[in-house]
Design a protein around this ligand. Structure first.
Ligand code: MGD
Ligand code: MGD
Ligand code: MO
Length: 770
């Protein structure tokens, strides 16, 4: 790194945010290159000893859960290296030896830090001490833990109404901490528990609760391995869930057909090398996808509806071979309405909405018809759309029509993001937790949880913007950069009297703050956690409802750093007073006591302490999966009927999706390359179809401002490099969070209120040099 004057990671000396080298697309996902990248990243951040200590424990039975994605470990026979390149990067980022100390904050004013790009902030390392910024201060200063708790308690207890406080959660928090957090928040008197899920899979939860009565996926890894047809819609597993590729490869070896529905030919879906296998290391890679459906952004609902019509017609031609009438009669409601609407779907409209030729739609229909065990997987390409809930409803309709749920090898598979986002919800992190949960919580602890629903993420931003919320506390995450409409969100946070960030690493939410601001450093998944009763374990739930233990083993970045559980218990005592009935101290000293409480309150968690210690943990109940029971309002699985919606491209405009590069974890930027998309050395790129580049009168390599248009308002993100790319005409793609200023706060999915991050209407305006 050349000459460094002081110990911070002075990447800005050589880093020009606007410089970029974009080359052509490159190769297949994973393989040897990926292994080398993981090792390198580990060595740079952690040194050799910590690299060996972490990578050998990652996702092992006696190790820690990968802080990367929520993809499950294979049960039973875990591979010696049950991790991927991006899991290794996530670990290296957390276990880094770089630190952000009080001296760092003395060197850099908040004003200076707020000018730094997210990448620079991401690379500074782990937070080591509680820090405070008081009104009028230019720099964060150290503060004791006790003083921090007093400051927060003073603010909270001075509010006119507990609903003036907001308590955000990101999806890395353990089950134990999540349970205590919601207990603290509800004891304090509000349900204001916005979380990252509001921006992520909320649409999946909303659609699935309506359709099958539970918002979680119904399949396990074994189901995927034994499916004969797997649909992967709106997901880029090669980057975001790399271990899923090994499972897909096994499924394929077992004869499964794979259908990828995506505007982009994502590397992992097109070609994949499994670094765990010798042939993966030397061979050419496997083409995973049998049918690549290069859909227009937002066209999925039309596609699923069109497929529905083709399936109904195929059943007309050979009655009883496609539609599972017995399943429908026994288990479903609403089929007649669905059938009537779906028979009337206009296939020309489907072709227009999707951009997919009818012949290919017919081929896909034929694959579904021939399948006896179908799984549909999806992620953000479906959930972050205006009509996301309806789209997921249509996908589920297709499965219900064929009886593809609650049997081996078939079902719904929303692939979760954060490693414990699903567990956090199970533990009560939700602004509208159902009554039975609240009643059980109250009965267990002798408290009175409020019943009025709280704010989700978008409503929390509105509440701060309008002065209705004054205190903002975040258990992890990077609210400022992850949320939509960056300018509005930043102004909203700045209006707060107090902002508190309980964090592992420095990020933009520390430098865009309320009048008083606190940074409280906390342990991560990889760190050793010692409390009064000795070494503590935590537990997490993966995307397939398996709950298991995670044990950190590394020396924390400083002796001042406290666990999330400890911070919450100490804060709760200060806020709620010495007479509060919850035994905060004893739960803090021994996490088994938290798990005992979880066992009494959370459905499906009886005997939690014992079962979570089984070698592979235990799977939570899921009535549709386990016994074809559907706890919906009708008591049956519900077909949904919705007017067809898609995303037309206004003349001269593009529909922009905002997505992840191969070198980031959400707002934590690992590096400036996107190897699978052939981008090197920069992130301000916009991928555009070559025909659009020509039609808009731009040249390859042109620099443009992105201007989003919504409801008569304009939003700008400046200076992006145009990169010709294989995406449908009229569609474009660029990285999040650089493009979050373009996502309008009020443009959200119907019913789930998830920001529409995957369909922003933009125009490109050339940047004129000089
Ligand atoms: N390494 C790494 N791993 C991660 C993350 C990370 O940032 N880095 N983030 C984690 C989190 S929180 C999450 S939620 C997941 C996210 O996992 P993904 O959902 O895979 O993440 P995105 O990068 O948002 O990619 C969205 C995909 O949907 C496609 N898409 C966009 N619009 C449409 C559409 O209209 N229709 C269809 N069919 N496809 C569309 C895009 O081309 C892209 O392939 O990954 C998790 N894992
Ligand atoms: N435009 C656009 N916006 C999006 C998306 C998109 O696709 N496009 N995706 C959305 C999605 S799917 C999601 S999930 C959100 C993500 O939103 P968030 O979860 O809020 O964001 P992250 O970047 O994952 O948060 C990273 C920070 O979490 C802290 N952290 C990491 N590990 C721990 C831990 O163990 N404990 C604690 N207390 N803190 C920790 C670190 O300080 C780090 O800086 O963003 C959403 N925003
Ligand atoms: Mo997510």
């Amino acid at each position: 790194m050349g000459s460094r004057r002081h110990p911070d990671q002075d990447i800005d000396a050589s880093y020009d945010e606007h410089a970029v080298v974009a080359t052509g697309r490159k190769g297949e996902a994973a393989g040897v290159k990926a292994v080398l990248v993981s090792l390198n990243r580990g060595l740079q951040q952690m040194g050799a000893l910590r690299t060996a200590a972490t990578l050998t424990r990652l996702n092992q039975r006696h190790g820690f859960d990968c802080p990367g994605c929520a993809w499950p470990e294979a049960p039973g026979g875990r591979k010696p290296a049950e991790f991927c390149e991006n899991g290794a990067k996530a670990v290296a980022e957390e276990a880094t030896k770089r630190t952000v100390t009080p001296e760092f904050f003395a060197r850099h004013s908040v004003a200076e830090l707020s000018e730094k790009p997210e990448y620079w902030l991401s690379q500074q390392g782990r937070l080591t001490h509680p820090m405070v910024l008081r009104p009028g201060d230019t720099h964060y200063r150290p503060i004791s833990w006790d003083e921090s708790y007093r400051l927060i308690a003073e603010h909270l207890n001075a509010l006119d109404d507990p609903d003036q406080a907001l308590f955000y959660t990101s999806g890395r928090t353990s089950n134990e901490a999540a349970f205590l957090y919601q207990l603290l928040v509800r004891s304090f008197g509000t349900n204001n528990l916005p979380d990252c899920s509001n921006m992520c899979h909320e649409s999946s939860g909303t659609a699935l609760v309506d359709a099958i009565g539970i918002g979680k996926g119904s399949v396990s890894v074994l189901d995927l391995e034994h499916a004969d047809c797997i649909v992967i819609a709106g997901q880029n597993p090669g980057t975001n869930h790399p271990r899923m590729l090994s499972v897909l490869e096994t499924a394929k070896a077992n004869g499964a057909k794979i259908i990828a529905i995506n505007p982009l030919p994502e590397a992992g879906l097109m070609r994949f090398k499994d670094p765990q296998k010798v042939h993966g290391v030397v061979g050419d890679g496997v083409a995973l996808t049998d049918e690549f459906v290069q859909i227009r952004i937002g066209g999925d609902m039309a596609l699923f509806a069109g497929l529905g019509r083709l399936l109904l017609e195929a059943d007309d031609a050979a009655p009883g071979t496609v539609v599972d009438r017995e399943f429908i009669a026994t288990h479903c409601a609403g089929f007649d309405d669905y059938e009537a609407q779906t028979r009337a779907v206009d296939l020309d409209t489907v072709v227009e909405a999707t951009g997919i030729p009818l012949a290919q739609i017919q081929r896909v229909a034929q694959m579904l018809i021939e399948s006896e065990r179908t799984v549909v997987c999806w992620a953000m390409g479906l959930t972050q759309q205006r009509h996301a809930v309806a789209t997921i409803g249509e996908a589920t309709n297709l499965l219900l029509m064929r009886g593809m749920i609650g049997k081996p090898g078939a079902g719904v598979c929303p692939v979760r993001g954060h490693s414990n986002v699903q567990g956090d919800r199970t533990m009560g992190i939700w602004e509208k937790m159902p009554e039975p949960f609240l009643a059980a919580l109250d009965a267990k602890f002798g408290i009175k949880s409020p019943r009025r629903h709280g704010y989700d993420t978008v409503d929390a931003i509105r509440a701060m913007r309008d002065g209705r919320a004054k205190t903002f506390i975040a258990m992890g995450g990077n609210f400022v950069s992850a949320s939509p409409d960056t300018e509005v969100t930043e102004a909203a946070l700045r209006r707060c009297d107090l902002t508190v960030q309980i964090s592992t690493k420095l990020n933009r939410s520390h430098v865009v703050h309320g009048r008083t601001a606190l940074i409280l450093p906390t342990l991560g998944r990889t760190d050793k956690d010692i409390q009064a009763a000795g070494k503590q374990l935590v537990s997490v739930e993966d995307s397939m409802s398996v709950v298991h233990l995670s044990r950190g083993s590394l020396q924390p970045p400083s002796s001042e750093v406290r666990s999330e559980v400890a911070i919450l218990c100490q804060l709760a005592r200060q806020v709620l007073g010495p007479d509060h009935p919850v035994p905060w101290e004893s739960m803090m000293s021994d996490y088994d006591r938290i798990r005992d409480a979880i066992a009494d309150v959370v459905p499906g968690c009886t005997d939690y302490n014992r079962r979570v210690r089984q070698p592979d943990g235990f799977q939570l109940p899921h009535p549709p999966r386990d016994s074809r029971e559907f706890p919906t309002h009708t008591g049956k699985a519900n077909f949904s009927v919705n007017p067809l919606e898609w995303v037309p491209v206004p003349p001269g405009r593009l529909i922009l999706q905002t997505l992840r590069s191969h070198d980031q974890y959400n707002t934590t930027i690992y590096g400036l390359d996107d190897r699978y998309r052939g981008v090197k050395g920069g992130r301000r790129v916009v991928f555009v179809n070559p025909a659009d580049i020509e039609a808009l009168g731009l040249a390859d390599g042109a620099r443009v401002d992105l201007i989003s248009e919504f409801d008569g308002e304009e939003r700008v993100a400046k200076d992006f490099l145009v990169v010709p790319y294989s995406t449908p005409a009229g569609n474009a793609a660029a990285y999040y969070p650089e493009t979050n200023p373009l996502v309008p706060l009020d443009h959200t999915a119907a019913r789930s209120n998830t920001p529409v991050s995957k369909a922003v209407v933009i125009r490109l305006e050339p940047v004129w040099a000089g």
